[in-house]
Write a protein of this length. Sequence first.
Length: 199
Amino acid sequence: MGFPGHGSVTKPSGQDAMSWHTFSCAHCGTKGSGAVIAYYRENEKQAYRRWLMCTNCNDASAIAKNGNVYPGIPFGPRIEGLPNEVSQAYEEARQCMSVNAFTACELICRKLLMHVAVEKGGKEGDTFAAYLSHLESQGYVTPPMKGWVDLIRQHGNKAPHRIDAPDQARAESTLMFTVELLRLTYEMDYLAKKYTPGP
């Protein structure tokens, strides 16, 4: 069934319950009431589709008839102190999780190992084993970290070379291992400098 026309779209007044919808905004991370700019449903049995504006950042989101909110909330925490290229790759991995692109997430996490190693003086185009050895030799990967850091590489290797796709739980674990590597490599040093009193 095609679009029945603009007359089928209701614009709420702002005075009733249909004018507001509690959600978490993917743009700014705020959880609160979104202003419903318009809503639509085909019949009484169909769920409402809603178009929202965040009352904090004024950016737009949409709710599909299955109840999913788009854009989805990026998975994982915000991390401070990341170099630009590392930050962009990390945000891309978070966005992949928000749309259930689990294979893509694991591939980007594997690539993040390369970004970190090269940013810390490693040679671009080297093997991932060499990247891990470099990070270890420079003290960024300690002996207790080595096993779980290597899981990022292993999962990233499996993602494009196996027929069976990674499930959500494995992709989440891969991203959270990556989060800890980024925190220990960048964020803790950034925060230490931020909160250390100057001379």
